[in-house]
Design a protein around this ligand. Structure first.
Ligand SMILES: [Zn+2]
Length: 272
């Protein structure tokens, strides 16, 4: 009969022995691994190939229990992961498309939301992928584009219209920037603002006219009545051939005029 005390001592001894043994075994394994890295890797690859389900189960469990570690790893290996995914997609085009389709059906609007939040990035990606496709298969792209154009005439017109509007907005922004950088010229231009707008509307705007330049060129003489114009009077920049009659908004077609003379003239042409 073994006493309780002796049994407890035995248990402790066994536990210590196991612990030491485990430590020793681990060190042994590490030493072996360092010495036989290639072999070890090949062997673990072989095991992974033979036990795919088990391996992905382990990986899944590890990701679930260590989400932070996994997230950091993904961030640190993004380039590599992206490249790997790209290669896989290139190799399995059909399946990749199927997965993308299924995912899009499962999460409607998710791409649109992502695109809205990362517009620049999305555009860059799309440009990049289009470029890759063009380089890979230039003729097919040309043919496909032509077919698309023929089949989507209305949509094409809509796209062109939208692009024209975008362009106009860009022009407006550029003009605003220019105006901010040239406040004095803007003040001068404001003097002829109405005329410029009319001119632009009639598509005859050729160049911005600066009233003080016209005044200096005409030496302060009214082009209509040929008498002196006081610089501090409300004088006008008059279109010699009125815009309404096809005259252009440019220096060659403007002259200094008394406000009264200009208003009396209206849209008549007065021979100089
Ligand atoms: Zn006059």
């Amino acid at each position: 009969m073994i006493s309780e005390v002796a049994r407890a001592a035995n248990r402790r001894r066994n536990a210590t022995w196991r612990e030491r043994h485990r430590e020793r075994k681990r060190e042994q394994a590490q030493r072996w691994y360092k010495k036989h890295k290639q072999q070890a890797r090949a062997s673990s690859r072989r095991w992974e190939q033979a036990n795919k389900a088990k391996r992905s189960g382990y990986a899944q469990r590890y990701r679930a229990t260590h989400p932070e570690v996994y997230k950091t790893w993904v961030v640190n290996n993004r380039e590599r992961l992206n490249e790997k995914a790209r290669l896989w997609r290139a190799e399995h085009i059909g399946r990749a498309r199927e997965i993308a389709r299924r995912s899009a059906a499962k999460h409607p609007g998710s791409y649109a939301r992502w695109k809205a939040a990362h517009l620049e990035h999305a555009r860059a990606l799309s440009r990049k992928s289009q470029k890759r496709r063009r380089e890979r298969n230039p003729d097919a792209i040309r043919v496909a584009r032509k077919q698309w154009r023929e089949a989507n005439n209305d949509r094409l017109r809509e796209i062109e219209r939208a692009s024209r509007i975008r362009n106009a907005i860009n022009q407006k922004r550029l003009l605003a920037m220019w105006q901010q950088a040239h406040p004095e010229r803007v003040r001068e231009l404001k003097k002829i603002h109405g005329q410029s707008r009319r001119a632009r509307k009639a598509l005859v705007f050729i160049e911005p006219i600066i009233p003080s330049v016209v005044f200096a060129r005409d030496k302060g003489e009214c082009g209509i009545c040929k008498s002196v114009v006081a610089i501090d009077s409300p004088w006008h920049v008059d279109h010699i051939i009125p815009i309404a009659r096809g005259g252009k908004h440019c220096y060659d077609n403007v002259q200094v005029a008394h406000a009264e003379c200009n208003m009396k003239k209206g849209s008549r042409v007065i021979a100089a």
